[in-house]
Design a protein around this ligand. Structure first.
Ligand code: PHE
Length: 454
């Protein structure tokens, strides 16, 4: 295999924070809390963890392993491992990443706008119609585009700094800040009078709410939350030193991602219950995506220290979003840079322009272009569904089949154990291989079928 002089992460802490930064994102802050509340609280969390351990985690280890072994971007990886005909698997990941980025930067832009609004004390009046305010903001033409541009530019500037000085340095500081803030906000939320009903709602298991769909939802959520199938983990893996314990860093990432999602749930759901009981109304946790941008601002308006909490909350939302979009853009940038052999700065510029153009369509599809329909969906929803229900999952399935059935078992094991340098216990190695070869592909195939036919 030809040796490439590639940049590497400098420290173990840096690797872990970059990985956690990629995993922890918008998916943890609004999707996990409301999905958990809707699907039976702790019952959902138990199912989520089970699927995470048996399917998502082995898939993550596989993506990480292919990246580190090939020391390459998602597209070139298969050629470098001796299977040039299988490059189309990597192409799926590149499509997935471009599709995810296109709508992710738009929501990142909304988060940025709400942070600015919080800092200028915009969430103080309980009389404001926050639902109307959100609808009129996202459906307007210029403002969301400007904020999308700001959010993407910040991401691009950090990536231009390179792996160690850009991505690693930013992730180390910002992830630490993020953990501190979310814990503070959760403590404040739980201490509000009436909040315990929310904690119970989130954490007491209710198996009567579990259906077949709950399983598919849980698996889909864990895939999005770990950020699988977009080449992001593959590319980060390619920057990790061989002696780093690959399975342990993957387990850590899954653990911290789930832990963060639960804490985010504790920061949000109890607050909704507390304020509802104060106002004598029914708590509304079913708001879906609107939870963060509609329900929460009205909650902040009636909460003690609400304006400070609003700033902290939207700051954490913005940080979570940006560390994820960094990993997404890096996957695309690594592809452009290495396949076309151009400098990092040029690749960042090119990739950002493509994402901005597609992102503009997603943003405008909330307003002036809402009549443009692809398969009956607006552009934003189409990008969202096409990436999570098709590109990400199919790319994961093909990656698992590659690792379990095409790659030599010795090569897989050799990389898993860091060429013998890391101390992954023997039973764990065997278990991981079994999961990668049989259980995980069957699980992924099941979600693909369910998403298509149900
Ligand atoms: N995991 C991120 C989130 O939860 C999103 C993401 C998807 C990141 C795909 C990387 C790859 O928001």
């Amino acid at each position: 295999m030809k040796k490439l002089s590639r940049e590497k992460f400098g420290s173990r802490f840096g690797v872990l924070m970059a990985m956690a930064g990629s995993a922890i994102g918008l998916g943890n802050m609004w999707r996990f809390p409301y999905l958990t509340a809707k699907n039976g609280g702790a019952a959902f969390i138990v199912i989520y963890l089970l699927l995470m351990l048996t399917i998502s985690l082995p898939t993550m280890i596989t993506e990480y392993l292919i990246g580190r072994r090939s020391r390459s971007n998602a597209y070139s990886a298969y050629g470098r491992l001796g299977f040039p005909k299988l490059k189309f698997i990597g192409l799926m990941a590149i499509f997935a990443v471009v599709f995810v980025l296109s709508f992710y930067i738009v929501v990142g832009g909304w988060a940025t706008r709400y942070l600015v609004e919080a800092c200028t004390l915009g969430f103080q009046s309980t009389a404001t119609d926050y639902s109307g305010k959100f609808a009129s903001f996202v459906s307007s033409t210029a403002y969301p585009l400007i904020y999308t541009f700001i959010f993407l530019s910040l991401t691009a500037v950090i990536i231009s700094g390179g792996v160690k000085k850009g991505i690693e340095a930013f992730s180390k500081i910002m992830m630490t800040v993020l953990f501190i803030i979310i814990i503070l906000v959760a403590i404040h939320a739980i201490s509000l009078p009436g909040a315990m009903d929310g904690v119970k709602y989130l954490l007491v298991p209710d198996f009567s709410k579990v259906t077949g769909e709950t399983w598919v939802t849980a698996l889909g959520q864990s895939f999005f939350s770990l950020g699988l199938g977009c080449g992001t983990i593959l590319v980060y893996g390619s920057y990790v030193k061989t002696e780093e314990d690959l399975s342990m860093s993957a387990i850590f990432t899954a653990f911290i991602d789930t832990g963060f999602a639960i804490v985010a749930g504790l920061a949000i759901i109890p607050a909704i219950f507390a304020i509802a009981s104060m106002n004598g109304v029914e708590p509304n946790v079913d708001a879906g995506p609107g939870l963060v941008f509609i329900t929460l601002p009205s909650i902040f308006a009636s909460m003690p220290f609400g304006s400070v909490i609003a700033i902290l909350f939207f700051l954490s939302l913005g940080l979570a979003a940006i560390t994820s979009s960094i990993s997404l853009l890096e996957s695309f940038v690594a592809y452009v840079m290495e396949v076309w052999n151009i400098s990092r700065k040029k690749a960042v510029l090119f990739a950002s322009i493509i994402c901005l153009c597609l992102g503009a369509f997603c943003s405008l599809s909330q307003g002036v272009l809402s009549d443009v329909r692809i398969l009956g969906m607006n552009v934003f929803d189409f990008f969202d569904k096409a990436s999570s229900n098709f590109f990400m999952t199919v790319s994961c399935l093909l990656m698992l089949i590659f690792a379990g059935w095409f790659m030599k078992k010795e090569d897989f094991m050799d990389e898993l154990t860091g060429r013998g340098l890391s101390k992954t216990p023997g039973w764990l190695q065997k278990l991981i291989y079994l999961l990668v070869k049989f259980i995980a592909p069957i699980g992924v195939l099941t979600i693909i079928i369910c998403n298509f036919f149900f």
